[in-house]
Ligand binder design. Sequence first.
Ligand SMILES: Cc1ncc(COP(=O)(O)O)c(C=O)c1O
Length: 368
Amino acid sequence: MAGQSDISFARGAPSLDIIAVDELKAAADRAFSSDPKGAFSYGTAAGYAPLLEWIAGRHEVPEEQVIATNGSMQADAFLFDHLVQPGDTVVIEAPTYDRTLLALQKLGAELLAIPVEVDGLEVDALERALSSGARPKLAHVIPNFHNPAGVTLSLDKRRRLIELATEHDFVVFEDDPYAELRFEGEPLPTMLSLDDSDSVVYASSFSKTVCPGIRVGYLAGPQALIKDIRKTATETYISPSMVSQSIVAEFCRSGAIESSISTVKEALHERRDRTAEALERELGDDAGFVKPEGGYFMWVDLPDGTDGDALEMTARQHGVIFVKGTDFLLEGGESSLRIAYSGVTPAEIDDGVGRLAEAFRELAGARA
Ligand SMILES: Cc1ncc(COP(=O)(O)O)c(C=O)c1O
């Protein structure tokens, strides 16, 4: 609409006001003064040593089991390249992160989509598929505050998934960038920490706890696999960005990361509440959603028969943007959408959900 700027619920990124800009400047200053050689040289493909030490300590694994990469997307790409050949079966969640879907499709994987429930992946459905002969190499799972579904995998399901992976000899890829952003309920152990059979490879990121522009993520997993991936990393880029990793290391070691996480959590909690209230107020029973206990995303189901493509276009005309449910699925999702509340202020949330509801009513009116 003329005269108003668009409100975007589309990007899974934080707004600038919840990034610890001053603390990052101070961390950069300290990192560059205390270890200029480490920050400004090529490093090793494994990553900046003090950062590896911090990550290894956080997950209580030896440093040899960690590689720090340029964002966790790079970590995912290395892992997929190592484990997945064209035609291999890979378990994905339905819905799942759209970039994972694209990366695995590009590799020619045979995708076995297992539904996601309010307590995460439907592990019983996976078990049935395994009993019927499915032989996956890998299962990609987003355990906390799922992107896009917002849900969290229960402890029982985490345990069962590891048992299934051990029994049926597949790797669980625990893709966990949102773990630290819990603003309600009790934290659950990572599958990495529950596993004693080398069945889990864990990935996380500083995109959501420090800032996405820093592009630092990591993998932690079995030593032999990490060793191979370190070799590929050398061949790919010699070393990841030591400048970025030295800043993150300093940010973590100084404790600045803990206050950054609490700032982000406080803001996201308010934004989640505001989104839920606005959806209830503006769309009532027409919007079905589960309130996430943390993270960035809310998955919204609109009444069956809602045309997501048409709604997206109409919503754009009303000045609000979201990602359609179909982008996160191999099939289905036509009447669903993902709302990322991470990058919008509470006032924008009210306004944006109001615009979404207007677009929805306009379409419903046209259909009637
Ligand atoms: C589930 C999941 N994995 C990986 C990523 C990529 O994170 P990074 O910024 O570390 O590359 C994201 C980012 O949105 C994500 O939601």
